[in-house]
Design a protein around this ligand. Structure first.
Ligand SMILES: [Zn+2]
Length: 155
């Protein structure tokens, strides 16, 4: 498995948690606060940077199928992933960690999740894909939905 260029940690290494009292639990609001502060810090093009960060992560998880992705999303508490449509390929995320319950901000905000989906699908299909979030709790919708364009074979 490829390691992150910056932190030199594989997903398996990150997954190992040694917290006898607190265990694996952390509140969703912490994830949201972290994400919002990262967006503020990244400034220009933050959405695209988060998308590519998610893609890098997604590529390196080692999922082999959409069913693996569903399991991964559930296990990590990202959300409940399902197929909304096969052609065009659309994936739905309910109970999204980033945005479920947020007020209507007038736009989709799950750039990282879109990237994770893209990275997972690229490793499953061995093709370049582009993922665009078309529905989002933060856009007044009742789920997040991601439309997938399959571009071509990876070079
Ligand atoms: Zn969303």
């Amino acid at each position: 498995m490829k390691k992150s260029d910056v932190l030199e940690l594989s997903f398996e290494e990150m997954y190992n948690v040694d917290r006898p009292t607190l265990g694996r639990k952390a509140d969703v609001s912490l994830i949201r606060a972290l994400k919002l502060s990262i967006i503020e810090y990244l400034g220009f093009n933050a959405a695209s940077k988060l998308y590519f960060a998610g893609m890098h992560f997604g590529e390196n998880i080692g999922v082999k199928s959409i069913d693996d992705m569903k399991e991964f999303f559930k296990e990590l508490g990202i959300g409940i992933l399902s197929m909304a449509s096969e052609n065009p390929l659309k994936l739905r995320v309910e109970e999204c960690i980033d945005c479920a319950g947020l007020p209507n901000l007038g736009k989709p905000i799950c750039y990282f999740e879109a990237g994770v989906i893209a990275g997972c699908l690229e490793s499953i299909l061995d093709k370049k894909v582009k993922v665009v979030e078309t529905k989002c709790y933060a856009n007044g919708d009742d789920c997040c939905e991601f439309e997938v364009s399959i571009l071509n074979t990876k070079e």
